[in-house]
Design a protein around this ligand. Structure first.
Ligand code: MG
Length: 460
């Protein structure tokens, strides 16, 4: 059976692979799936700021309604706002129309379970199965779903965040923050939240615009140049850049220096495990060792997972973790909700700065630094499993390698670093990650393992 759902929902180019027919069919399949479990299911639906949102939301809603599923439309909202609404208002499911950080011609459909966490792979497969078989359970004319709108989701979300932090301590500091929402859905929540916390806000790209005129949506260094320039010029305490659906936040210190997601993740992890005197933190195998270093300093433990924020979130819930997240600016705060949340990340950084009374650059300088190299190697999909097994086999006799981990791909631990070979789920490539304290060693490891893997690919 072909797959529709990827790592983070279904994505595609509008009116090509992401079209009304698909959205309608997915709506009917989703409604059918819910009805097999609940007699009268309901769904909350929202969108990011893309131009095709209304089109896809209408088609998807029509499909859900035709099965007898009630639909509540919360309009344009950040993804974490939709997730919070599902949990707080006890909906059976939630759907957000978004393509996160992808270019404006893309859009997508992402779903959550009734706890607000992204759907599990099993549920996605069950919905796909109904979609491809077209075994839809349509209701009779009397029982088609009701459609309502509700505009209270953002207020509910902001209230929820403010109730979980030390607002008075933050207000006293009168922080100045440069906020770059990239014209995305974050524009609806972050400025309001900062205002409520007594911050002075310099806004960049905070007007909703589905063409993303200000900058591309992914908060990588080349897309945050304006933010990096603006922070020192305006004398702000720091800057923050969000992705298109506002689940990820990347920070810029008071000097305009871009802070890699590993470091902001570690700073918040350090603060939370210190407050809790330990606890468990969860992150994918791709995260820098700096995270583990700071968690261990506070007598906490780290559990490594496969890549993918829904996987991190589910494991956090199962293991009662105190914190978790990814190295791309996606931080998860279990006391609030089990999903990535940029607004919660932003207020947590404000709280840390307010309590520590030191600059962000100073706090980040206290996080250990590693050299990280990322590269990719072309490899036919059918060879991937064999290559990983061969690599694992060969490393048994390698004295340099202290441990081989197969959580996601093959991760080779050494005394002075690690190498991770990860197969891409969508492309015929391996992603190779290398980390070491020393730049020279990281380079050396990259060359050695790239050559080794390429020769294994050629000889099989
Ligand atoms: Mg996103």
């Amino acid at each position: 059976m072909p797959r529709l759902f990827g790592t983070n929902g279904i994505r595609g180019v509008v009116n090509q692979d992401m079209n009304n027919e698909l959205a309608l069919g997915i709506g009917k399949a989703w409604g059918t799936y819910l009805k097999q479990r609940i007699s009268r299911p309901n769904c909350v639906i929202g969108t990011d700021a893309r131009l095709s949102n209304h089109m896809l939301k209408s088609a998807l809603s029509a499909g859900l309604l035709s099965t007898g599923c009630d639909v509540v439309d919360v309009g344009l909202v950040p993804t974490p706002t939709l997730q919070y609404t599902v949990k707080e208002k006890q909906f059976d499911t939630g759907i957000i129309i978004t393509a996160s950080h992808n270019p404006p011609e893309f859009n997508g459909i992402k779903g959550t379970a009734n706890d607000g966490i992204e759907l599990s792979k099993d549920v996605e497969k069950a919905i796909e199965k109904i979609y491809f078989s077209q075994q839809y359970d349509l209701s009779n004319w009397k029982n088609v779903g009701n459609y309502l709108t509700w505009n209270g989701a953002i207020n509910l979300y902001i209230k929820g965040i403010l109730s979980r932090i030390d607002t008075e301590c933050i207000k006293k500091q009168r922080f100045h923050v440069v906020l770059d929402c990239g014209n995305g859905a974050g524009s609806l929540a972050a400025p309001l939240l900062l205002k409520k916390l007594g911050c002075r806000v310099t806004k960049l790209n905070c007007e909703l615009d589905g063409t993303f005129p200000g900058r591309p949506s992914e908060p990588i260094p080349e897309n945050l140049r304006m933010l990096m320039k603006s922070v020192p010029e305006s004398g702000a305490s720091f800057g923050v850049g969000l992705d298109g659906d506002a689940d990820r936040a990347i920070f810029v210190d008071e000097n305009g220096t871009y802070i890699w997601g590993d470091k902001s993740l570690s700073l918040v992890g350090k603060y939370i495990t210190r407050e809790k005197k330990g606890g468990l933190a969860v992150t994918p195998v791709t995260t820098s060792t700096c995270f583990e270093d700071v968690i261990h300093q506070n007598a906490g433990n780290v559990v490594y997972t496969k890549v993918g924020s829904p996987i991190v979130a589910r494991i956090m819930m199962e293991k009662k973790a105190v914190f978790g997240g990814e190295e791309n600016g996606g931080l998860i705060f279990p006391e609030f909700q089990y999903c990535r949340d940029s607004a919660m990340s932003l207020v947590k950084i404000l709280e840390i700065l307010a309590k520590e009374k030191r600059s962000l650059s100073k706090l980040i300088s206290e996080i250990p630094s590693y050299e990280i190299y990322k590269t990719k190697i072309t490899c036919p999909n059918e060879k991937k499993e064999r290559i990983m097994n061969l690599l694992e086999e060969q490393m048994k006799d390698n004295n340099n390698v202290t441990n081989v981990d197969r959580t996601d791909g093959v991760k080779l631990y050494m005394k002075d670093g690690w190498v991770l070979l990860r197969p891409s789920g969508t492309e015929p490539i391996f992603r190779v990650y290398v980390e070491s304290k020393e730049k020279q060693r990281a380079e050396q490891l990259t060359i050695f393992y790239k050559n080794l893997i390429e020769s294994l690919i050629q000889s099989t």
